[in-house]
Every structure is written in C-alpha cells, then in structure tokens.
Write a protein that binds this ligand. Structure first.
Ligand code: AMP
Length: 122
C-alpha cells in the first residue's frame, strides 16, 4: 500500500540500542517505554519492534502474532501502571494531519489525571 519506513528514525535507534530508553516492559515483538516529554503523570509509548510506519501500516501488514502481542502488551502495561480501573487515553497520531512526529508506529498511553476532551476544537 506504499508505506516507506525510514530506519534512521529515533524509535528505530532505540530498538537498535543506539540511544537509551526508560523501559516499562518488553516482549519478543513489542517495547514499552516512558515518553521523554510526558504530558500526563503517566505517559508511555507502546511500539512494535517491526518496521512499521503507522497504525494503518501495522494493522495492514504485521503478522497476527505481532498484532496479538502488541495488544496483550497494552493490557499488561495498563495493569502495571495502575490505569486499568480509573482509565486512560490511547492516541495513535498518524501522518501529516495526525501530527505524527516519529515515523515508527507508536501508541501513546496517557493517564493519572482526567484527560479532558478528546479533540482540540481548534
Ligand atoms: P508523535 O507526535 O505521536 O509522533 O509523538 C512522538 C513522541 O515521541 C513525543 O511525545 C515525544 O516526546 C516522544 N519522543 C521523542 N523522542 C523520544 C525519546 N528519545 N524517548 C522517548 N520518547 C521520545
């Protein structure tokens, strides 16, 4: 479908161990780490280890094992971080209109406070 992955992006460098991260948990297919500029008391990023640009790329081309592992890891992360009861927000900024800055698929998980309205009315 025409996705082109840039292997020099910062999350690819984290996955190669070239720059450090504050890991929450890791599986064979998925890594979870703290966002470097947290926007809530809890702000972590869940990323696949595979070379996927975005949510739609991952959803179209990742294996069933990768997709299952990713979502099981989201659930474990929410439990580890104490978000399961009081809730959280998950965000996948995608492409230009979605204001995605890092071109490696990542799911933001934010919580620890009420997160307000879903979308800035602009
Ligand atoms: P997005 O706009 O959805 O692409 O968000 C990219 C996110 O990556 C931002 O929230 C940044 O704070 C975060 N980020 C950028 N570099 C790092 C890094 N080295 N470690 C952890 N988080 C990072």
């Amino acid at each position: 479908m025409g996705w082109t992955y840039d292997p020099t992006n910062i999350f690819a460098r984290i996955l190669r161990g070239e720059i450090p991260n504050k890991t929450v948990m890791e599986t064979p297919h998925t890594l979870v780490f703290h966002d470097i500029r947290p926007q809530a008391p809890v702000h972590v990023l869940v990323i696949p280890k595979g070379a996927y640009v975005s949510l739609d790329h991952f959803s179209a081309e990742a294996s069933e094992a990768e997709i299952a592992d990713f979502h099981r890891t989201v659930a474990k992360t929410c439990a580890i971080l104490g978000l399961t009861g009081e809730g959280f927000r998950a965000i996948a900024n995608t492409g230009e209109n979605g204001h995605q800055e890092v071109p490696h698929y990542h799911l933001h998980i934010l919580g620890g406070r009420a997160m307000g309205r879903m979308v800035d009315p602009g």
